[in-house]
Design a protein around this ligand. Structure first.
Ligand SMILES: [Zn+2]
Length: 379
């Protein structure tokens, strides 16, 4: 077993190298496994990397991991992928089970420690099944509070900026209510290209890539088990499984079946353009006879109380503000970026340890419940 530190890389290229090197280990079980590399965006060396191996005898099922949909969150996702390959790859049956692992769906964001793509797009709001069905001004609460969410000039003094933002937030909370403000965030917005939670005005290259993979997996396999790895949401240092309403099971039932403490459901009515809902929509439309399990797995950082929510808003808004307008003072700049990192890729050892142990819990819960482990294996 490796030490914790070896799982968590300090930059995009190091993480990608570790991922690519995993191919050799995978080939021990799936000799025909292949690495595909796709260039994304304007940078010369930003790529989505994918290791895919079909089952060696019959494509009954596939285990599918996606990481780095939100750029910076990909570091934890890549750690989990390595952990899986090291500790669980030998517990699958290559005869009937394929694997497909994606490193860095949003490589520019991962390289630059941002959540969004180089076009400022939150990729998980960019997978619209029918883009014409979403009115541009869908997010009313966001529109009402646009002052809060949009950058407005160079940051001169961070303490002053924080006080101003906090006052704006308190005012917005009083007007829209807590649920109104969190709804504005969950739904995303399609009007302000420099604002936070922007879903874009066209398909991102990464979205085109993932949609294509979703279709291929649905056409090649009878059962698709998808785990999409993220960070920040949910109780600190714990994993939370997030399932869309496409799954008809109630939260309590899911908790019992998967034996996981934290499970949340969300509705495509409240969240526009997320990749999981797209996956289900394509399945229901074109592959109705197939089985799809698709969920997000979040490693919590700030926590779930009101104080944590306010800290999250401030962190995301200030990082976006800094990106567009800059800060006068070097210290302020570092403070904003440190806080952003604390939210999505903390350096603390206990958080990283929790990612490893909670990932094991989530992997075992899903693989056992979905019958992905070789039948003879008991962990
Ligand atoms: Zn995320």
């Amino acid at each position: 077993m490796k030490t914790i530190d070896t799982y968590f890389q300090t930059n995009y290229e190091a993480s990608r190298k570790v991922f690519r090197d995993n191919l050799e280990t995978i080939k021990k079980f799936w000799p025909k496994a292949r690495l595909a590399t796709q260039k994304i965006g304007n940078g010369t060396d930003n790529t989505i990397d994918m290791i895919h191996a079909e089952a060696t005898e019959s494509n009954d099922q596939v285990l599918f991991f996606t990481t780095g949909e939100h750029g910076i969150e990909g570091y934890a996702g890549a750690a989990v992928t390595s952990l899986f390959i090291e500790e669980y790859a030998d517990k699958l049956d290559p005869k009937t089970t394929g694997i497909c692992f994606i490193h860095a769906l949003n490589p520019w964001g991962m390289r630059n420690f941002r959540r969004v793509t180089e076009n400022n797009v939150d990729l998980n709001r960019n997978y619209l099944v029918d883009p014409s069905s979403v009115p541009e001004d869908i997010n009313k609460a966001y529109e009402n509070e646009e002052e809060l969410f949009l950058p407005a000039g160079n940051i001169v003094n961070l303490s002053r900026e924080r006080r101003k933002l906090q006052a704006q937030l308190v005012k917005a909370l009083a007007k829209e209510g807590y649920s109104g403000i969190t709804a504005a965030k969950g739904m995303g917005q399609f009007q302000f290209p420099r604002g936070v939670y922007y879903g874009g005005d066209k398909e991102e290259e990464s979205a085109v890539f993932l949609k294509d993979v979703q279709k291929k997996l649905l056409s090649h396999y009878n059962r698709i088990i998808h785990m999409d790895w993220h960070t920040a949401l949910g109780p600190s240092n714990e994993v939370t499984m997030v399932v869309s309403d496409n799954d008809e099971r109630e939260t309590e039932q899911l908790k019992e079946q998967y034996n996981l403490k934290n499970i949340q459901k969300f509705s495509p009515e409240n969240v526009k353009g997320d990749s999981t809902s797209h996956f289900h929509a394509i399945k229901n439309r074109d592959f109705a006879d197939k089985y799809l399990f698709s969920a997000l797995f979040e490693f919590g950082t700030f926590g779930t109380d009101l104080k944590a929510s306010i800290r999250e808003f401030m962190t995301i808004i200030l990082e976006n503000h800094l990106y567009w307008d800059g800060a006068e003072n070097e210290d302020d700049m570092e403070k904003i970026l440190d806080e952003f990192r604390a939210m999505f890729y903390p350096v603390e050892r206990n958080w990283r340890q929790s990612v490893v142990s909670e990932a094991r819990l989530a992997i075992e819960a899903v693989l056992e419940t979905e019958n992905i482990f070789k039948s003879a294996v008991k962990i």
